[in-house]
Design a protein around this ligand. Structure first.
Ligand code: HEM
Length: 489
């Protein structure tokens, strides 16, 4: 084992003693959010483990994470060179690649502005305040019809199976200007496979750290590679259709706006960061991938919390009934009139912590934290799950209580409490889809709760144990739902 030289005045990172070759893989185990949360009680909020031969610094605690990601943001904004990341988007991903800081920043800015303009664009008719609202309202309506007809035909339904298509359609609408039918096999085979993708990309996958494991036959890894290939082929086909029909005077969607940027840049001799067309158009791959998996996981967890808390589901319905009524569909501007729904959303994020770690970070130079020395190019895990379950921050963290985010009279969401939930990362790498995600999940939920009553399927036990990955999913299951009285199709 290499002994790093510690600069004077700084201390060596604490942590469990690693075994040769495998390091601490056994202690980390298959639920790293639990094992690393337990370790932080022993070693503190900054400690080091070793996965294989590679040291990894694990950060916990709200103060330490804010110090690293915000105050020392520049030093902690890199991404590590991990084996699995090389296959995502051919190694050209905005979120996972080890792009130079300048290149990553330029791409992030492009992605952010494309996303912002194509979600806030005016809808096709004045009844919608923006296209995001229009897409979600329309997809919500299709989803209710779809769930209802599957209920009629089969007596129960798998919520994730239908939610993921609706959510994929919203991001497809913004990225590609099109949607897919709930039975479209091309889209279905793509979005229903995301489980294997997130299992490989989750923090602490041993194959990322132990080179030997890459040569062992692994079905998960094979599936991961094939998902990446299919994903890229799917996007490439749509992108080449866009190139073929591109018209500068009619920018239809995010893909067009990125193609347009490539053309513009060729005219602009002075632009100081040179991005290849591939790196520009490749952004749409990231937006599509990040946009459907996260939001569908959030909605699917929400539905699980609704069926396991039936009285809460009724109160959420009553909140909608009395503040919006049942005669019109909810819209984004109803958000501030539905504090219980907002609190429910925050508690779903906190309690499930379905993104238990951010995407791994990496130090861009030698640095220190809490007096401990951290060398350049160290892989860093940010334990969001620990912060969301920290008994120092939350009363009775393991119980599901949306009221913790409400004022005592229940009429207002406590903003400061809400900001304690860590789900979207912080600082320079913070999620660029956060506003869209919050609005999208809120609106889908309001629409579903207004029209449908969800319940468990008699005789079927729900398993809410998360399956570890970049985004954690509950086990697939079957539920039942009925249309609310007065709700017609
Ligand atoms: C990054 C959470 C939805 C686009 C991230 C990160 C987290 C996160 C934790 C990593 C932050 C870090 O590495 O420190 C979420 C959650 C979502 C959501 C919880 C939904 C509830 C979305 C949506 C989009 C999106 C809808 C786009 C349409 C991205 C991108 C990055 C990212 C492009 C990479 C940023 C970078 O590396 O610079 N998100 N996200 N996300 N997210 Fe999201």
């Amino acid at each position: 084992v290499f002994q790093t030289k510690i600069p004077p005045g700084l201390r060596r990172l604490p942590g469990p003693k690693p075994l040769p070759i495998i390091g601490n893989v056994l202690e980390v185990g298959s639920k790293p959010y639990l094992s690393l949360t337990a370790m932080c009680k022993q070693y503190g909020h900054v400690f080091q483990i070793q996965i294989g031969m590679r040291p990894v610094v694990v950060l916990s605690g709200s103060d330490v994470v804010r110090q690293a990601l915000i105050k020392q943001g520049e030093e902690f904004a890199g991404r590590p060179d991990l084996y699995s990341f090389r296959f995502i988007n051919n190694g050209k991903s905005l979120a996972f690649s080890t792009d130079q800081a300048g290149v990553w920043r330029a791409r992030r800015k492009l992605a952010y502005s494309a996303l912002r303009s194509f979600s806030s664009l005016r809808g096709t008719t004045p009844e919608y305040s923006c296209v995001l609202e229009e897409h979600v309202c329309k997809e919500g309506e299709y989803l209710i019809k779809q769930i209802n007809s599957v209920m009629m035909a089969e007596g129960s339904f798998d919520p994730f199976r239908y939610i993921v298509v609706s959510v994929a359609n919203v991001i497809c609408g913004m990225c590609f200007g099109r949607r897919y039918d709930h039975n479209d096999q091309e889209l279905l085979s793509l979005v229903n496979l995301s489980d294997e993708f997130v299992q490989v990309v989750g923090s602490g996958n041993p194959a990322d750290f132990i080179p030997l494991l890459r040569f062992l036959p692994s079905t998960t890894m094979k599936k991961f590679l094939s998902i990446n290939d299919r994903f890229m082929a799917f996007v490439e086909k749509i992108v080449s259709e866009h190139y073929a029909t591109f018209n500068k005077d009619n920018i239809r969607d995010i893909t067009d706006s990125l193609i347009d940027h490539c053309e513009d840049r060729k005219l602009d001799e002075n632009s100081n960061i040179q991005l290849s067309d591939e790196k520009i158009v490749g952004i749409v791959n990231d937006l599509f991938g990040a946009g459907f998996d996260t939001v569908s996981t959030a909605l699917s967890w929400s539905v699980m919390y609704l069926v396991t808390n039936p009285e809460l589901q009724e109160r959420l319905f009553q909140e909608i009934e009395s503040n919006i009524g049942l005669d019109r569909s909810p819209v984004l501007s109803d958000k501030h009139n539905l504090p219980l729904l907002e609190a429910f959303f925050l508690e779903m994020l906190r309690h499930s912590s379905f993104l238990p770690f951010t995407i791994p970070h990496c130090t861009s130079k030698d640095t220190s934290l809490n007096g401990y020395f951290i060398p350049k190019d160290t892989c860093v895990f940010i334990n969001q799950w620990q912060i969301n379950h920290d008994p120092e921050l939350w009363k009775d963290p393991s119980s599901f209580q949306p009221e913790r985010f409400l004022s005592s009279d229940g009429t207002e969401v406590n903003k400061l409490e809400g900001e304690k939930v860590l789900a979207f990362g912080l600082g320079k790498r913070r999620c660029i889809g956060e506003v869209i995600a919050r609005n999208e999940v809120f609106l889908f939920l309001a629409i579903l709760i207004q029209r449908l009553q969800f319940r468990t399927k008699p005789g079927e036990l729900l398993d809410l144990t998360p399956e570890y990955g970049l985004t954690m999913k509950h086990k697939r299951c079957h539920l039942q739902a009925t249309l609310r009285a007065r709700s017609e199709l």
